[in-house]
Design a protein around this ligand. Sequence first.
Ligand code: M6R
Length: 608
Amino acid sequence: MCGIVGYIGDNNALDIGIKGLRRLEYRGYDSAGLAIHNGNSVDCIKSVGKVDDLAQKIKDKDLKGNSIILHSRWATHGGVVEKNAHPHTDCKGNIFIVHNGIVENYKEIRAKLTSLGHKFVSETDSEVISHLIEHFYEGNLEEAVIKALKYIKGTYGLVVMSKDNPDRIVAARMFSPLVISVNEHGGFVASDPSAIISHSKRMIFLEDGEVAVIKKDDFIITDLESRVKDKQETELDWDIEEAQKGGYPHFMIKEIMEQSESVANSMRGRLIIEEGISKLGGIDSVKDKLKEIKKINILACGTSYYAGLIGEYLMEELAGIPTEVDFASEFRYRKFPTVADEAYLFISQSGETADSLAALKEIKKREALALGIVNVVGASIARETDAGVYNHAGPEIGVASTKAFTSQVVVLALMALFLGRQRNLSLADGKNIANDIAKLPILIQETLKNIKDIELLAKKYSGASNFLFVGRKYSYPVAMEGALKLKEISYIHSEGYSSGEMKHGPIALIDENFPTFAICPKDSVYEKTLSNIQEIKARNGKVIAITTMGNEEIKSLVDDVIYIPEVNEVLSPILSVIPVQVFAYYMAVSFGYNPDMPRNLAKSVTVE
Ligand code: M6R
């Protein structure tokens, strides 16, 4: 997820652009860059680091111009170095582009263009776009952009400037958001309204497959067949802070609501459904070693640890590989005997958690394979492991991890599918799983339709001082994660337990004031969890059940029901965790707490 800004008009383009880019820094801060047009020539300047680093670099330069495009990068393809920063240009220095998204077929486009004589300078997927536009450019910029886009598979929020066309910038969208506004101050485009809302509250949200030609006092929007679209402006009543959060009051709820998109990004280009397998470029270099591994040890902390617990079920069920999960913070105190052909898998959103890094150091002393699942590109864990997979979930700002968790589980499912197909998982079973994974973004959207009901539930239960979360098998880690979410942002004591363990102790806590969340989708252990719910009800405990749509029988047994869509059991945590995230969020809000900044916590725990 990167930030994009563009402006064309008579005002100070540099000032407008830099101020706008600062407001998008939450979308990525690996590097920043700009291209500014003064009517005759284009200056392109980039810098590793934050927008401040870019501002520092240009402060003594006399940059003037009437149009500008800018970018702050959240690295996906290629390291965090200046040559990979945007804007990217073509061979002649005529076309300049800034891009948010992933060009899935960039390797084949790059090979083709290289054979035609194009010279590439970066390791990014994005650079192929500027060269492809150059390839098609015959004097009409928008025509060349449209021709190029027809070759691109993947996602883009794209803004293009050309030295030959100082009177326009061209923008295009496919799955990566872009908003435009044209008024008496000029024409604006950005990844989200926060970058430009101080100039106008009247916005046009581009849809997938739309291309906008933006001039200083005019714009036109077409589809990829050059048919003109009639678009309505939306009047926003947000202030700047709200705009940065996409209109949501907090980053946490924004991140909860964008899980359909983040999960889609985590799987994009990684599923080959007809072969019933996943393609994970980051572990390709070790695929022969992976074929031989006899045991997987997953190490992580907090929410990432709970994702790891789901990974244990996935690896054992789909790939038949014995798997053990440990808190990275505890691992180093164990003797942990090494066995032959084992792999260590580190899961971390930030990739900088000190406990996980310390465990990784221990592992490096052994000759075992170290793998990572990391969200922040270029983070220490990603660099220090032998191979790994990035989440591509975009920056997670809220301290309470939400979209990183669902993305981690998706990546674990993709990995388990890959390892399974290397072993005994049949083509037919592989295809089924691959198909079910592909449906997740739609199912997440369905799940999120319940949000208002869950807000009411949070109000109903806001008097409770304790909560229990229970679940079995794939729902057990969800119960643990639900309890963690509630305690970390609403400061309510909550415990996550396996449903089967209830009768071994925790059931003693139950009375009418101690409500229980029962995570019980209609899966292979549903009947057993139902018995545990009955045990709680027999002790006057209140029960909120999270179960599968169509399950009517449970209504007469429990106090409240939250429905999630039907889904393959192995993927059910990706849906069932969403209601507990939403519940915890509204609980915190009902007490007046800021869920983005819970007391005593930090987003990235870099101390042991
Ligand atoms: O960045 P990491 O995934 O390594 O972070 C691990 C934990 O610190 C993190 O998941 C923490 O538990 C979150 N606050 C949970 O919401």
